[in-house]
Design a protein around this ligand. Structure first.
Ligand SMILES: [Zn+2]
Ligand SMILES: [Zn+2]
Length: 138
């Protein structure tokens, strides 16, 4: 069974992939704070197009990233759970909201991004890189 399998709160949207994760990050950007309703998003990037969806087709809100390029933020149209983001600035990746994974036991964030807008009471590990805004391209 693949390690990456998950779904929304109500179960209408389910996804899985056989691909290995490319990157696990914590994003403190204001838009992730707004969309998630909390202090940050934990995200797992997988190769673009590797996710298989079952059940309901996720809805889409087309956000605009700092790059000026669109960020498609896909969510369950029944329960509102954010599921994935598809930033045009990172065309090789689909970015899963890691809180929707069935099994999060293996998650280990490798970088904190958008630390400029991190909430001041969120402890940021010294063990992994902290970058002020977007990760370097690539
Ligand atoms: Zn749902
Ligand atoms: Zn973000």
């Amino acid at each position: 069974m693949s390690k990456i399998r998950g779904g929304c709160l109500c179960g209408a949207v389910r996804y899985s992939t056989e691909a290995e994760p490319l990157l696990t990050a914590v994003c403190h950007c204001k838009n992730c704070q707004r969309q998630s309703g909390t202090a940050f998003s934990v995200v797992v990037a997988v190769p673009k197009g590797s996710l298989v969806f079952e059940g309901r087709e996720p809805g889409n809100y087309r956000d605009t990233g700092e790059s000026g390029l669109p960020v498609d933020r896909r969510f369950c149209t029944t329960c509102g759970s954010p599921i994935i983001s598809q930033p045009a600035a990172m065309p090789m990746m689909d970015v899963i909201k890691a809180g929707t994974l069935d099994d999060t036991s293996w998650l280990q964030p490798q970088i904190n991004v958008w630390c400029d807008s991190a909430q001041p009471w969120v402890p940021l590990s010294d063990a992994i890189p902290r970058i002020p805004r977007n990760p370097p391209a690539g």
